[in-house]
Design a protein around this ligand. Structure first.
Ligand SMILES: [Zn+2]
Length: 224
């Protein structure tokens, strides 16, 4: 695993993946989306990186080959780059190289992933990590300050890592680098912090179970 850059000016995360998730990540048995969330957290979290390294050196064969379990080569960097791409896509940009051809920026922007309207104050970029199951959803989610997602439950696991901003739900308050993991027993209504947009990498398995007409419409529109 590449050594992540330091994160000057930011405290280390206070919410970590469950120990079982770290072990399964190291063993390569986490679902692709959940693995992407854990790998993203590791970029922010020295203590979990140390834990994984310790496991690698003492855990023998099951932990000796973390890189393939981690992600396909460059997948995380590509996912992170999508954030930057989306941020600049609407503005003047240098020519975009596509399959060896330099395209005008305006055309290149059509090829770049874009934030799509998902609901009031909510936008998303859909990611398709290699190896993801059909029932898995992996999104970059951007929620405007103070906005809430519809209250919903789950039919499978959900894992999220905050990339910027923060959110609060009934399980706690989460900021940059923090991981929130829930299962089918959880029902929650995440609310973005008021100071800046909350951008999360979020992955979940199986349909959500929204309650009420608007949340269900939200689900139907977005294939959630
Ligand atoms: Zn951690």
């Amino acid at each position: 695993m590449n050594t992540p850059p330091p994160s000057p000016g930011h405290p280390p995360p206070g919410h970590h993946p469950a120990e079982d998730a770290l072990l399964r990540h190291a063993a390569g048995t986490l679902p692709a989306g959940h693995a992407l969330v854990v790998a993203t957290h590791l970029r922010f979290c020295p203590s979990c990186r140390d834990g994984v390294r310790t496991g690698e050196t003492t855990g023998g064969a099951i932990l000796e080959d973390m890189a393939p379990a981690d992600l396909s080569p460059g997948a995380l960097d590509r996912a992170m780059a999508r954030l930057d791409t989306a941020a600049v896509a609407a503005h003047a940009a240098p020519p975009v190289r596509f399959q060896g051809v330099a395209l005008p920026a305006a055309l290149g922007a059509l090829l770049a992933p874009r934030w799509r309207w998902t609901g009031p104050g909510v936008r998303r970029i859909v990611l398709n990590p290699p190896g993801a199951a059909r029932a898995e959803r992996v999104w970059l989610l951007r929620v405007e300050p103070g906005r809430a997602l519809p209250s919903h439950g789950h039919t499978g696991w959900e894992a999220a890592c905050v990339l910027s901003g923060g959110f609060t739900d009934r399980t706690g308050h989460y900021e940059r680098g923090d991981v929130a993991e829930t299962d089918e027993s959880a029902r929650h209504r995440p609310i973005a912090s008021r100071d800046e947009p909350c951008i999360c990498l979020i992955a979940w398995m199986g349909p959500l179970t929204p309650r009420g007409v608007l949340p269900r419409l939200f689900q139907q529109l977005n294939g959630m």
